[in-house]
Ligand binder design. Structure first.
Ligand SMILES: Cc1cc2nc3c(=O)[nH]c(=O)nc-3n(C[C@H](O)[C@H](O)[C@H](O)COP(=O)(O)OP(=O)(O)OC[C@H]3O[C@@H](n4cnc5c(N)ncnc54)[C@H](O)[C@@H]3O)c2cc1C
Length: 369
């Protein structure tokens, strides 16, 4: 990809006052747009990011957990031995650069719901270093009712996504690289030599627009699979913070002394309405599990931008070499996106190869129909 020289670094937030030439125009500043723009700038590339700051974006609703094991069967998450250290390193780097707390090393306490779950945990423990004995865990009786023991999942990470997005937003703004508005596809011309959007010229445009990507004329044909997720913000005075508690749902330390409690998965609907059914179900579980009083403060809902294959969409369009995508992280973006943002940035800036498991070239047939 040709590298363009920046000709103007004047502040262009909130509107586009001056013309600007950049290497990469990035659409969306959720988790993916944040990490990719950061990696590209680190690789010496110039970027402009356009984001409409949707408060219900997936990243702004997510719990922020990097859990090294997945599902009821507690199998190790895909590539976790590579993804977890890369995530830790990236969030720490951003924390230092932006001077804001982002990364918390933590552990997950798994309160077994049944004897069968406890037995499964013990069975799986032999195969995974992330599952640890419950014998060291004592002292949770004042807070929870539990009858089948507790297992520990560690290391795990907890990422303050809102702090990261807000601080990166300020950084982009200060560098004159952020436009806060809705990107309009009709105003974007894609030519053989680059992309023009209003007064911006870029060598490439990369879409990091979350579920918005499903309606994209170029990438809409990818095998998307969105997953509605709901969570509650709950006040639980007296519950120790710094640890994640899990029993089907997770109780996660959140900002402002609150806890994030969630989340649901619903692949069947595209509506983004909070449901009484979810709230009632979570409250019924908290009534049984928690010994402490609690108050529900807020009900969050969003949609995870996923892929039926459960692998990200990364790379350049097979027919349009200046059109790219970094998306499809599903329910595992916090662990997956840092590793592949680095890989994609190295691909764009130095021609490094992309992992075929994530490269959208694997969908060449449907993208070129
Ligand atoms: C309830 C819930 C809980 C979750 N918990 C976890 C978790 O604990 N751990 C984990 O790993 N993952 C979790 N996830 C998944 C995680 O949130 C996603 O993998 C990740 O945040 C996706 O990031 P993204 O940047 O692709 O999308 P988004 O965060 O949706 O970002 C897209 C951005 O693009 C902007 N945008 C879109 N269209 C346009 C346009 N036309 N013009 C301008 N801007 C535009 C939006 O405003 C937004 O800022 C959870 C998701 C949900 C819903």
């Amino acid at each position: 990809v040709a590298c363009r020289k920046k000709v103007d670094t004047s502040i262009i937030e909130p509107g586009i006052e001056m013309s600007k030439m950049v290497d990469h125009l990035i659409i969306g500043q959720g988790l993916c747009g944040t990490l990719l723009s950061s990696e590209l700038r680190q690789a010496g590339r110039s970027v402009v990011v356009i984001d409409d700051a949707d408060p219900a974006s997936s990243t702004r609703v997510a719990g922020g957990i990097v859990n090294p094991v997945t599902g009821m069967r507690m199998v190790e998450s895909w590539m976790i031995d590579d993804l977890l250290p890369a995530a830790r390193e990236k969030y720490l780097t951003l924390e230092r650069e932006l001077k804001v707390g982002i990364l918390h090393e933590t552990e997950i306490l798994e309160f077994h719901l049944t004897k069968e779950q406890r037995d499964l945990f013990h069975e799986r423990k032999a195969a995974s270093a992330y599952l640890q004995d419950e014998t060291e865990i004592v002292g949770y009786e004042p807070y929870f009712r539990f009858y089948h023991g507790v297992g520990k999942i560690a290391p795990a990470l907890l990422v303050d996504l809102m702090a990261m997005l807000d601080a990166w937003r300020e950084e982009l703004k200060a560098a004159g690289c952020l436009i806060t508005e809705r990107f309009e596809r009709t105003a974007c011309e894609i030519g053989p030599d680059g992309v023009r959007y209003k007064r911006i010229e870029a060598a490439t445009i990369i879409f990091c627009d979350g579920v918005g990507g499903m309606n994209d004329p170029y990438f809409g044909r990818l095998p998307w699979s969105t997953d509605k997720g709901e969570a509650l913000l709950v006040s639980i005075p007296g519950l120790p913070r710094g640890i994640i508690y899990k029993q089907g749902i997770a109780i996660v330390p959140w900002r402002d002394d609150l806890f994030w409690v969630g989340a649901s998965h619903d692949w069947r609907t595209s509506d983004l309405q909070p449901t009484a059914m979810f709230r009632d179900k979570v409250c019924a579980q908290l009534d049984q599990w928690l010994k402490l009083p609690y108050t529900v403060m807020e009900h969050l809902v969003s949609s995870r931008p996923g892929n039926v294959e459960r692998r990200p969409f990364v790379g350049m369009h097979p027919l349009h070499s200046n059109l790219g995508i970094f998306n499809g992280m599903g329910g595992k973006g916090i662990s997956t996106a840092p590793y592949f943002a680095r890989q994609f940035a190295m691909h764009l800036s130095a021609g490094a190869p992309l992992d075929p498991a994530v490269d959208i070239k694997r969908f060449t047939r449907i993208l070129t129909k």
